[in-house]
Design a binder for this molecule. Structure first.
Ligand code: 5GP
Ligand code: MN
Length: 344
């Protein structure tokens, strides 16, 4: 048995909202990862049982390795299909907002949803949610939004009806947000859920391989370049920093998703407990931050770059140039690290 995490009244309210709706839209955060896509497609396949017109809209493109998930080819890209998405949203009664806690996390799409008359259900596991939804299912103690989708389906009484596609998508999301059960996965209930997903027929090993080991040669070479030429270790702060400019990325024919997971690599060096990766994009610098133990990567992202996320995995967008972003990180790091030590 697993505990009842989601309050009963929210399960019932969500169930009723689905029953009332004629058209349902599912959205997840910008630069969607395996949990954003896995939870969205998991819910999408589950909603087949209700025979509602359902769409999945992502703010931008999905990474190539996610094309393994069933119906990933049906996902609409708001950036490329803005008008179509807007007309779908104009006639929507219910919007599920998955794996994000603030509308700004979905860019322009957030403004459309804020102005929409549709009922909104947020299902998420990030801290400090913004009160934009009619029903907010917010559980930062749960490792992935996909796990929350599993729990919601069970609590609605539909576990027996859960199809293989739903199970596969949920499994992918749970694997992604725990690095393949490498971190944030000490809860025994995660393994109870995995056992149920396997019983549904999920080929977890094949899924793992597709999610984590089907990258292109270019990515491996870019990784080699980062590790040998770009990685800077600051032992006094137990921190690793590296960056990639647009020009460097272009030299390795960078495509979306190619640097996925790079930020975790320095954490396998003994003594490093904080890793920061700055990647230059067209008009912003994307920061990815990871930490081990109780070092608050999300606090750093929030305090200095208005970002957020989880204790050990966070992100932000810097409005500074790439070099100024790195400069600022190095300037603020000593005080931040000292403050953490003083907290102990
Ligand atoms: P990643 O480094 O994989 O892009 O992001 C890791 C986590 O940080 C995400 O799951 C999300 O919780 C959070 N995150 C990433 N980018 C941003 C951002 O720009 N703003 C905020 N508030 N959180 C972010
Ligand atoms: Mn997530």
């Amino acid at each position: 048995m697993i505990t009842k995490v989601i309050p009963e009244e929210k399960v019932i309210a969500t169930y009723k909202a689905i029953q009332r709706a004629k058209r349902i839209v599912i959205v997840a955060h910008k630069r969607p990862d395996g949990d954003a896509i896995g939870s969205s497609l998991g819910l999408y396949h589950f909603l087949y049982s209700f025979e509602r017109e359902t769409f999945v809209i992502m703010p931008d493109a999905i990474p190539a390795n996610m094309s393994i998930l069933p119906s990933s080819n049906e996902i609409l890209n708001y950036e490329l299909e803005t008008e179509k998405c807007n007309s779908i949203l104009a006639e929507t009664d219910l919007v599920f907002c998955l794996d994000f806690n603030k509308l700004e996390r979905i860019g322009e799409l957030g403004k459309v949803i804020a102005n929409s008359h549709a009922e909104k259900v947020m299902i998420d596991h990030h801290l400090d949610y913004e009160a934009f939804a009619d029903i907010a299912i917010s559980h930062p103690e749960i490792a992935s939004t996909s796990e929350l989708i599993f729990r919601l389906i069970c609590r609605m009484g539909y576990f027996a009806d859960m199809n293989l596609q739903t199970a596969e998508c949920i499994c992918a999301g749970m694997l992604t947000d725990t690095g393949g059960l490498a971190y944030n996965s000490n809860s025994p209930e995660i393994y109870t859920i995995f056992a149920e997903l396997l019983r549904k027929g999920v080929d977890k090993d094949a899924l793992y391989r597709h999610l984590f080991n089907t990258y292109k040669e270019n990515r491996m070479r870019l990784m080699g370049y980062v590790l040998s030429q770009k990685l800077e270790i600051l032992p006094e702060y137990q921190t690793a920093i590296f960056s990639l400019s647009e020009k460097e990325l272009a030299q390795y024919n960078y495509e979306k998703g190619d640097t996925e997971g790079f930020v975790n690599l320095p954490l396998s060096i003994n003594g490093v407990r904080f890793s920061i990766f700055a990647r230059e994009e067209k008009d912003t610098v994307k920061l990815s931050l990871r930490s081990v133990g109780d070092f608050p990567a999300n606090q750093f992202a929030n305090q200095y770059f208005d970002g957020g996320g989880h204790l050990n995995a966070s992100g932000a967008e810097s409005k500074l140039s790439l070099s100024d972003t790195i400069k600022k990180i190095k300037e603020v790091l000593p005080d931040f690290v000292a403050a953490q030590q003083n907290c102990r």
